[in-house]
Design a protein. Structure first.
Length: 148
């Protein structure tokens, strides 16, 4: 009996939804594709982004893998560079830190590469390459990307 009642209710709803008395959506969501004139965030005050590309060769030569966030050996893309990072290319505005521990403890910081200051653009096409010291290349276990 309950199933029959549910089926009847469903039929009535279907008839109402297709009738001329059912409310129709009349506006379009065009506001989603336009940036308001007084947007609080624009190209000059947006947060800077950064990308780091890691290399097995000096001077950022050869194949690389790029990252947009921090990571350690649990990140499969970083695993080839753990204990074997020779150079890194930092693009955008920020700082790339590399650490001797997977937990990124401050006291385990091995070094960093920075692109900070008023003269540095936020454009991720602007990059700086840095080589790791020979004694550091096999010690890297994690890395982080930070805002300036």
């Amino acid at each position: 009996m309950q199933w029959h009642s549910f089926a009847c209710l469903l039929c009535l709803f279907s008839v109402y939804a297709h009738s001329s008395k059912a409310p129709k959506a009349t506006h379009k969501l065009s506001f989603l594709s336009q940036e308001p004139e007084d947007a609080p965030v624009n190209g000059t005050n947006m947060l800077a982004t950064q990308t780091v590309s890691m290399y097995h060769d000096m001077n950022c030569a050869g194949n690389s893998t790029s990252f947009t966030s921090s990571g350690n050996s649990f990140l499969s893309e970083f695993l080839p560079y753990a204990k074997n990072l020779w150079s890194a290319k930092l693009c955008g505005k920020g700082t790339f830190f590399y650490f001797a521990t997977p937990e990124m403890h401050m006291l385990s910081t091995l070094g960093h590469l920075s692109r900070c200051g008023p003269e540095v653009t936020k454009d991720t096409d602007d990059c700086t390459c840095g080589n790791l010291k020979p004694e550091m290349r096999t010690r890297v276990r994690s890395f982080s990307l930070q805002y300036c």
